[in-house]
Design a protein around this ligand. Structure first.
Ligand code: NAD
Length: 499
């Protein structure tokens, strides 16, 4: 039976009225399992009005009371984590363990946000002039919106909304249309935790819903995470409408393997970071850069050995290392890239095409794929494939490896594997990438640091979570005050000076 989802407005589920729907696939069975309504402009505007109303009440609560509601929500999410993980796996295709960490990494940011009222503090300067004091305030923006990708349907909505809510804003989420069940369930849990109605809304939809949010003057800021062309579009459109925007895009993350690296450690890391979640992670490693021919030969051997033991299987099967990709379109795109790699002359060491999983013959399976002797001109190197495809680009020396990482159009994550502190330090300092791992393949910063890539991976000057998020979701007001008992100087006709 095909299920039908709704929106979440004003503290309850609300059926779609536009008559437009999107399909939700079951990636293991390879068929449509549900449909999600695509909101029209009127429905989006109803959500904005509801958010505007709810925000007044929410912002009037002191930060500590808001934090208590968020902590109650964290408790509820923990109580429901198995249910949420299963819901997530059924629509996304990632394994249950991976879905749990999707939820877990999300609520870590809500926990951090609940504990961060100090980030809402302003500053105070006494006696900046005769009898004059200055202080600053951080005030919520009002109604803010977030648009999120399919690959982390819990984590990224929580990364955006945790700090936004803690700072006193109302939030409208436009989640990915491919796996929207978890965001809707999170909205229900927020209401159960005591969040006033209208403070968190979920609007399902496509470009029409996004454009309505971007154009409406009541929405003060937008956070976007997804592919680079859409990130650029959202950034430019939001700016044209006078909104704040932080927009995070695609990635092509490299891992440099130095000749002195622990090869087993590096190969294990590459297998997990390259093929985990079927490569559908913005911090997945998709390019391995061994330094020197001998390192390359040893690495390819170690990878081949591990690839043959990988188990690609149903998301709910606890023995699966990774599951199917999200849609038939994704499978077709990834297989197209594998064909183009072969055509362009890369050496296909392991071919993941044509994989069949017993009992799930129609699922969107792509097995682990390994290319050797990839060069920077090839499409499989230039483009983000977003599938379980790992390319090995051999570098003659460290400088060439560093240059490859820095010159790539993307700059999300990067890693170096080495035992040499000097190389690691030099790499971390010089590489033109936003998040760097030293013997850590997926360097996703913890909640109290910030997350954000450089170049085509991120647009806007503030990152997600950490202190940056509180700067993004608040506006600063600076108050200069003098009281009548201060020294009177009569009328002033020149600008006051600090001296
Ligand atoms: P996507 O760009 O297709 O979709 C992201 C969001 O944008 C969705 O909510 C979607 O409905 C909306 N959208 C799509 N087309 C639109 C349009 N024309 N106008 C307005 N809105 C539109 O991305 P995806 O396929 O869901 O996610 C995968 C991508 O996200 C990859 O490129 C991945 O690297 C990237 N990603 C980046 C980060 C990061 O932090 N940099 C994190 C996760 C994912």
């Amino acid at each position: 039976m095909v299920y039908e989802l709704s929106h979440y407005i004003g503290g309850q589920r609300v059926e779609g009225t536009s008559g437009r729907y999107g399909d939700i696939y079951d990636p293991c069975a390879g068929q449509v399992q549900g449909r999600v309504p695509f909101a029209g402009a009127d429905e989006v505007r109803t959500a904005i009005a509801s958010a505007e109303k709810g925000q007044q009440e929410w912002a009037a609560l002191n930060p500590q009371r808001r934090a208590r509601i968020l902590l109650k929500f964290v408790d509820l999410v923990n109580q429901h984590i198995d249910e949420l993980a299963e819901l997530l796996s059924r629509e996304h295709g990632k394994t249950l363990a991976d879905s749990k960490s999707d939820v877990q990494r999300g609520i870590e940011v809500v926990e951090f946000s609940a504990g961060a009222p100090h980030l809402l503090k302003g500053e105070f300067s006494d006696s900046v002039g005769q009898g004059i004091d200055v202080h600053s305030l951080r005030q919520p923006l009002g109604v803010v919106a977030g648009m999120t990708p399919f690959n982390f349907p819990a984590m990224i909505p929580l990364w955006q909304s945790g700090p936004a809510l803690a700072a006193g804003n109302a939030f409208i989420l436009k989640p990915s249309e491919r796996d929207p069940s978890v965001p809707l369930r999170l909205a229900e849990l927020l209401t159960e935790a005591g969040l006033p109605d209208g403070v968190f809304n979920v609007i399902n939809g496509d470009k029409e819903a996004v454009d309505t949010l971007l154009e409406d003057p009541r929405v003060k800021a937008v956070g976007f995470v997804g592919s680079t062309p859409i990130a650029q579009y959202i950034y430019a459109t939001a700016a044209a409408h006078g909104k704040r925007a932080q927009c995070f895009g695609g990635a092509k993350n490299h891992m440099v393997i130095m000749p002195d690296a622990d090869l087993d450690m590096a190969a294990d890391a590459l297998i997990g970071a390259g093929y985990g979640s079927a490569g559908e992670r913005c911090m997945a490693i998709s390019v391995a850069v061994p330094v020197g021919e001998e390192t390359a030969e040893r690495l390819i051997g170690a990878l081949q050995e591990r690839i043959k033991d990988l188990r690609v299987g149903p998301s709910l099967d606890r023995d699966s290392d990774f599951g199917p990709v999200v849609t038939p379109m994704a499978k077709e795109r990834i297989e197209g890239y594998i064909a183009s790699g072969v055509e362009e002359g890369a050496a296909l060491v392991t071919d993941g095409r044509g994989l069949k999983v017993e009992g799930y013959e129609d699922g969107f399976w792509v097995g682990p794929t390994l290319f050797d002797r990839v060069t920077p001109e090839m499409r499989i190197y230039r483009d983000e494939i977003f599938g379980p495809v790992l390319s090995v680009v051999r570098a003659d020396d460290y400088e060439e490896a560093l240059r490859l990482c820095s010159e790539n159009q993307y700059g999300n994550g990067v890693a170096i594997f080495t035992r040499d502190g000097d190389s690691a330090r030099d790499f971390a300092s010089r590489v033109e990438v936003g998040m760097v791992g030293v013997n850590v393949p997926i360097p996703v910063p913890i909640a109290y640091y910030t997350f954000g890539g450089w170049k085509a991976s991120g647009f806007g000057d503030l990152n997600q979570h950490g202190a940056d998020a509180f700067r993004f979701y608040t506006k600063t007001k600076t108050v200069t005050s003098r009281w009548p008992s201060g020294i009177r100087q009569g009328a002033h006709f020149v600008m006051p000076e600090g001296s």
